[in-house]
Design a protein around this ligand. Structure first.
Ligand SMILES: C[S@@+](CC[C@H](N)C(=O)[O-])C[C@H]1O[C@@H](n2cnc3c(N)ncnc32)[C@H](O)[C@@H]1O
Length: 353
């Protein structure tokens, strides 16, 4: 039996350890607080200056004493600051909740703090005990089928993906040696954010955004805003059935983490069957280290979020290599961290024996 007394805890510096664990237990409280701030648009109202809780409550029709406590709690986690009692400003972290920020994550926060995710995570225990997706357990359908039936949330999801993609898309577009001509096909390309970043600086290059009907719903507007309608097509379909043929470069970004190995191989085989023998495939996504460490918690958050919602997983380089080899591809290079936090795996069709 332990003989540790409360005095021992104070004396040995264990108080910090207790606080560290309690902060982690409170992670869900932080997520709820950030989600409500994003939903109310508090960062837009605060902007670059500072606002009192009375002003913010009046503009959001919120209950002032409760809103003030929310803002104070957000100070404690580095999202807001309280330069004087009752007046609040944004930190650099919190500024990313502004809708007009070029690196805005407001829609990303609204989406991942949406009830469909919170409710699914409440069944994490079920997933851990059974291996069954919590999302399907709760909603009796898969997350993408659910989104296809809920247009408003599907739009928010596509916009959240676009926000999340913007930085890595820019980095990939600038850092990878894309051809000047030919056609790039973005499989599961969502609203076309990545293809826009790739095509804009290369006036002779053409593109095809391919995704499910609900996945591509926002793509025509993105392409039209960028003036790319004449050289970028939008095609709706199912990557388990077919993908556009005739491309020179096929990109699949942030898709494989949504799927288990059987489905990932099925997607790769569809692509392999439709792409020309001379084309190249780029997989862009997280590559996990062989053993877990504390350097990239977001990768593990996503991995667990996939386990709960889509049944997918993040993968190590070795796991990607196996999937590609088994699906008829030869890996040509692996650029760890080549697209912001994301990595780039370049593969080509293995010639038929
Ligand atoms: C996590 S999102 C990534 C979107 C985009 N590539 C990005 O990086 O922001 C996965 C994408 O796969 C699409 N998707 C899911 N099932 C699909 C299917 N059966 N056929 C085509 N696309 C699908 C989704 O609609 C979604 O746009």
């Amino acid at each position: 039996m332990s003989t540790t007394t409360p005095q021992d805890v104070l004396a040995t510096g264990k108080l910090d350890l207790r606080a560290a664990l309690i902060e982690r237990i409170g992670g869900y409280m932080t997520a709820h607080a950030v989600g409500v701030a994003a939903e109310l648009g508090l960062a837009d109202l605060i902007g670059t200056g500072s606002r009192t809780s009375q002003e913010l409550a009046a503009e959001t029709q919120a209950h002032e004493p409760s809103l003030r406590r929310l803002l104070r709690m957000l100070v404690s986690v580095g999202v807001t600051e309280e330069p004087e009692p009752g007046r609040f400003a944004l930190t650099d972290i919190g500024s990313q909740l502004r809708s007009d920020s070029p690196d805005s994550l407001r829609k990303f926060a609204r989406m991942f703090c949406h009830p469909i995710f919170f409710t699914s995570w409440q069944s994490l225990h079920h997933t851990v005990m059974t291996g069954e997706r919590a999302f399907d357990h709760v909603y009796e359908t898969g997350v993408y089928d659910w989104l296809a039936q809920h247009g408003e949330t599907s739009t928010l999801f596509n916009e959240a993906m676009s926000e999340e993609s913007r930085i890595s898309a820019g980095q990939l577009a600038a850092g990878y040696d894309f051809p000047a001509t030919g056609t790039v096909v973005d499989i599961g390309g969502g609203d076309g954010t990545l293809l826009t970043a790739i095509l804009l600086p290369r006036p002779e290059l053409r593109g095809i955004v391919f995704d499910s009907p609900s996945g591509v719903a926002e793509a025509p507007a993105t392409l039209s805003k960028a003036g790319l309608t004449d050289r970028c097509e939008v095609q709706a379909g199912d990557f388990f059935q077919s993908v556009p043929g005739g491309g020179d470069l096929y990109i699949i970004k942030s898709v494989f983490q949504d799927w288990g190995d059987d489905e990932a191989r099925a997607i790769l085989r569809t692509v392999r069957a439709h792409m020309p023998e001379s084309a190249t495939l780029l997989i862009v996504g997280t590559v996990l280290p062989e053993t877990a460490d504390t350097s990239a918690p977001v990768a593990y958050f996503t991995d667990l979020n996939m386990m709960v919602t889509t049944g997918g997983q993040e993968r190590t380089e070795g796991e990607f290599r196996s999937l590609l080899t088994e699906s008829g591809f030869t890996v040509r290079s692996v650029g760890l961290g080549q697209a912001g936090p994301l990595s780039v795996i370049e593969a080509v069709p293995t010639p038929a024996a």
